[in-house]
Structures are given as C-alpha cells and as structure tokens.
Design a protein around this ligand. Structure first.
Ligand SMILES: [Zn+2]
Length: 341
C-alpha cells in the first residue's frame, strides 16, 4: 500500500513564498537580520504529515477500532510531557520491536510504522496468521520534542531538532553499564521496555544524508548490526541476519541500494548497547536527512515499510533462522557523500 500522505513536505525552493508555513516575505526578512527565517534545505511541513497530536489521535483511533488486536500503552513522557507509546500487536512467540525517530528530524520510520501497525492489526487472513506467529512491538517517535522543533523551528531558535529538549542525543543512552541520563526519559522508556519484553530483534530507524556507492549508485539505505566487543556472538549474528533479510527484500522490491553503515564501537548507540545487554539490534539509516522534504517521501516510507515487513515475515515463517549471517559481509560499503545533493 502506498502512503496515504504523499509529498507532504516540499523543498522551500519549490514553493511560492506565500505557501511556506511560517515564512516571512523576503523584504521583511531583509529588514530584520538574524531572524529565525526558514533556511535553504530546511524542510517545510505542509498539512498531512503526522504531527505529535495527530500521532496520538491516530494510535488511539487504531486501538479503539481494533481493541482485539491493538494494545496501546503509554510507557513514558518526554521532557515536555508528550506521551511515548508502546503499540503491541499479535501474540506469537517471536517478538520484533521497531523503534523510530530517536532523532526528532528523522520522521520516515514513524510514518512507515503506522502503516505496518495498520496492516498487521487488520482483518485479513494473512495478518491473522502473522499475529499467531509474531508479536510486534512499536515505539513510534521516541523523540516527540525534537520533532516539534523540526516542525516549528521558529519557536525554538537555535535548538537542534535531532536532540531532545535538554539537548541530549537520545541514541547515546544505551550503554548498559551507564544509567540513562536523568534528562533523557525518552531513552529510559525504550530501555525499560526492551528489558521487559526481551524482543528477538530491535529495528532502529534513522535518516542519513545522501551517499553514492563506489559503483556510482545512490545509496537509499545503510544498515549495521552490533560492532562492539563483548556482545554474545549469537546476538551479533541475529543482527546480521536482519541486515540480510532487509537487503534481500529491498533487492526484490527494486528502487533501493542497501549498503553497510560505517562501523563504530560506541557502546552508547542502540545497536551496540542493546546488543551488549543481550538484545539483537539493527540500525537502519535511510537516505533523506534533507531530501525528505521532496516528493520522494512516499518512496522513503515505502522502503522503510518493505524492510519492516520482510523482517516480521521472516521471523513468522522461521526463514529468519535459516539466513546465513555471513551473507551480511556481501553488503557493499556505503561510499562517499553525494556532493550533488
Ligand atoms: Zn538518527
């Protein structure tokens, strides 16, 4: 299913000034130097993107419409008191957790997760069979305060929408040997849920800027499993299996080039920290840190959804366990920054 919300963000340059939400006429900008004017390449949000209140409403509507298949639980509050939800569907023995938007300015995973929840909770025989094999746990938009800053930068001058309201990077709060910062309740909620649920796998959705492979192809997604010492080998291997499943699904889907994200041994990022604590995790970085504003938003969302569905289905039918983790080494390196963009 294609996104219901097509082309919701457009690049500033493509819009007449009057259409730019919150923008001021150029003449006014010139008379007030240093004002919080919309910058080139800054995404401009138009009606239709799922904002914070819409996300809450949409999740509550889904849970109310499908009380037999959707369980909605508030697992925490952001620093600015926005709810963080756990959405659970299914009762199968294998559990996939999808975490989106730890970085407030990386919204596509959230849009895709909403579509996934709608599919998996639905009345089709396929969805019903899936729910008997797997349990899906979604934490959509871990960083609603950052997203608010991304949507409305004029109200938060100088603040980084990637980070939370205390200017913390939530994806540096996962070292199991270090307690979560007091000012990162959003990450604390995720870590506590992982501890409680002990999922078979966590997919952690992000965006990166544009890259090209050495073969000259535009990278649409980069993935990486745990790459820090001290992780149980079987935990690393399950992350690698997930990478292979995602890459193969997107190869079949087309319009996608999946590469390996550059390694680091940082313990505090989710893919390493969760794995150190025993939970396999895969980092998923989609192209679109800046391009998400363009008409390709629907394609980005579709790509994210294909990856989620493939992993969920492979856990459900057991093919996940048959994947050779060594195949992850076949993924090409990410390559260089695409300077055209
Ligand atoms: Zn990110």
């Amino acid at each position: 299913m294609i996104s219901r919300r097509q082309a919701l963000l457009v690049p500033l340059a493509a819009l007449p000034a009057a259409a730019v939400a919150g923008a001021v006429p150029a003449a006014a900008a010139e008379t007030v130097p240093g004002g919080p004017w919309v910058q080139e390449n800054q995404p401009v949000v138009l009606a239709g993107m799922t904002d914070n209140s819409q996300l809450v409403a949409e999740l509550q509507r889904l849970a109310a419409r499908r009380p037999d298949t959707v369980r909605l639980t508030e697992i925490g509050r952001s620093l600015e008191d926005r709810p963080i939800y756990r959405v659970s569907v299914g009762s199968g023995p294998r559990t996939l957790m999808v975490v989106t938007q730890q970085h407030g300015d990386e919204p596509v995973g959230t849009e895709a997760a909403l579509q996934l929840l709608t599919h998996v909770s639905g009345p089709s025989r396929e969805a019903s069979a899936l729910r008997e094999q797997v349990t899906l746990e979604v934490v959509p938009r871990v960083n609603p305060d950052g997203f608010e800053r991304w949507l409305d930068p004029e109200s938060y001058p100088g603040e980084d929408p990637r980070r939370n309201a205390a200017n913390l990077d939530l994806n540096r709060e996962y070292d199991p040997a270090v307690p979560v910062s007091a000012d990162a309740p959003e990450a604390a909620a995720v870590r506590a849920l992982v501890d409680q649920v002990q999922p078979d796998l966590v997919l952690d959705y992000h965006h990166q800027v544009s890259y090209v492979t050495d073969a000259g192809e535009q990278v649409t997604m980069s993935v990486l499993w745990a790459t820090v010492g001290g992780v149980e080998p079987s935990v690393v291997d399950d992350g690698r299996r997930a990478a292979v499943v995602v890459a193969e699904a997107l190869e079949d889907f087309g319009h996608a080039t999946v590469t390996r994200y550059p390694e680091s041994t940082t313990r505090s990022v989710a893919r390493n920290g969760l794995a150190l604590a025993g939970t396999p995790a895969l980092l998923i970085e989609q192209r679109g840190q800046y391009e998400v504003g363009q008409k390709s938003l629907g394609a980005f969302t579709r790509e994210a959804l294909v990856a989620m569905e493939a992993v969920l289905e492979s856990l459900a039918d057991g093919s996940f366990d048959e994947v050779d983790p060594a195949d992850a080494d076949l993924l090409p390196e990410r390559g260089d920054r695409d300077r055209q963009r």
